[in-house]
Write a protein that binds this ligand. Structure first.
Ligand code: PLP
Length: 394
């Protein structure tokens, strides 16, 4: 009999099971909402990136339905052949105006936006100077570019400066950081990194996936939050989190966007968004502009929940955003906390190595504008009970 050529995969899965890292997918039977039915249980949902509750916003729903009726369900082609619909062009124009940049190109996801951009604007002769906690899509983009990768300690702009200073002056350099770090909820050292980029003539790039719709005026992101307009050459945003739909985009100069349209491989070789997705994202920009109170509510909820966890004695790390980690140590402890919370009616996903370093496993919580204070108090009460039961807090 033929030996299973994939046997090594089963061995690795057994290894994950032994470390307590094997997870089954949790399945939603309801909408993606603040209270959701997941694996048959009604829970307060603290695990989505649906910051503003837009996944179920009536305006977005109506515009998606209208687009389906008018344009059908698919685009039928990649962008450079026949897959550029007027909705795609309108979305890019609106995003460019929103971000106050010359132009924007939309990708199928934030992941592809990062990976495609880094890999296409650099070559093997160049260097990337990257925060150690940058998102996987940035890391993959760096690897695909074949540029040399220099990692600096998390949020340490001075270390980035020392790294850049030691490189040959004529070598092209890209400094890159997340705007908001997805596992810790802290902000990139953007003002300091911009100074380094200017001093040494580097390209400056920021991945604002978790800041889009959350930070800055009407959710314009961390560049707006830190007032760094004109100092970041490449801004990546996502349409999959606060915007409530799917996609990613790059905002920057006309030349950058034209270049990506000719060289970024997911743009060239993967089908564009269905028209309903583009229409949904357009509606979301309208909502960001017309309902800023949603962002206010998000931040009120984030402050209430974060301070509640801290008062209970949980270690919430250095979070400055609606992402609040509850750091407990090794992965099995985080998974136990997550599982017990779920039994108590709260969904907060456990996260361990390699997504976060050994010893820093956590349950990650994200509140949204759609949670009520009653939802959040219910979750805090569950955290208090389970945290005491598991000996995480007194
Ligand atoms: C920091 C960061 N960048 C990029 C992405 C990818 O965005 P998308 O979900 O739109 O692919 C994520 C998503 O998890 C993220 O956390």
């Amino acid at each position: 009999m033929r030996r299973d050529p994939l046997a090594h995969l089963s061995a690795e899965l057994d290894d994950l099971r032994q470390q307590g890292l094997f997870r089954s997918l949790r399945v939603l039977k309801s909408e993606q909402a603040a209270r959701a039915v997941i694996d048959g249980r009604s829970v307060v949902n603290l695990s989505s990136n649906n910051y503003l509750g837009l996944t179920t916003h009536p305006t977005l729903r109506a515009r998606a339905e209208e687009a389906i009726r008018r344009y059908g369900v698919g685009s039928g082609s990649v962008r450079p052949i026949a897959g550029t619909m007027e909705l795609h062009m309108e979305l890019e124009r609106r995003l460019a105006a929103f971000k106050n940049t010359e132009a924007v190109v939309v990708f199928q996801s934030g992941f592809t936006a990062n990976a495609a951009t880094v890999s296409s604007i650099l070559t093997q002769d160049d260097v990337v100077v990257s925060d150690e906690l940058n998102h996987a899509s940035i890391i993959d983009g760096c690897r695909l570019s074949r540029a040399e990768i220099k990692v600096f300690p998390h949020r340490d702009a001075e270390a980035a400066r020392a790294t850049v200073r030691a490189l040959p002056a004529r070598q092209r350099k890209l400094i890159i950081s997340d705007g908001v770090f997805s596992m810790d909820g802290d902000l990139g050292a953007l003002p300091g990194l911009c100074e380094v980029a200017e001093e040494f003539e580097c390209i400056m790039m920021v991945d604002d996936a978790h800041a889009s719709g959350v930070f800055g005026r009407n959710g314009r992101g961390t560049i707006d939050h830190f007032r760094l307009h004109g100092r970041v050459d490449v801004q990546v945003g996502t349409l999959s989190k606060a915007i409530g739909a799917l996609g990613g985009y790059v905002a920057g100069s006309r030349a950058l966007i034209d270049y990506l349209q000719h060289r970024a491989r997911p743009f060239l070789f993967s089908t564009s968004h269905p028209p309903s997705v583009a229409a949904t994202c357009l509606a979301a920009i309208d909502v960001l502009e017309s309902e800023p109170e949603l962002i206010g509510r998000l931040w009120d909820n984030a402050r209430f929940f974060k301070s509640g966890l801290q008062k209970l004695g949980f270690n919430t790390g250095a979070s400055e955003s609606p992402i609040t980690p509850v750091i407990v140590g090794e992965a099995p402890a985080a998974m136990r906390l997550s599982d017990r919370l779920f039994q108590e009616g709260v969904f907060a996903q456990g996260i361990g190595f390699p997504t976060v370093p050994h010893g820093k496993a956590r349950v990650r919580t994200i509140v949204t504008a759609a949670h009520t204070l009653a939802d959040l108090q219910f979750a805090l009460d569950a955290f208090a009970r389970v945290g005491r039961e598991l000996g995480i807090i007194q």
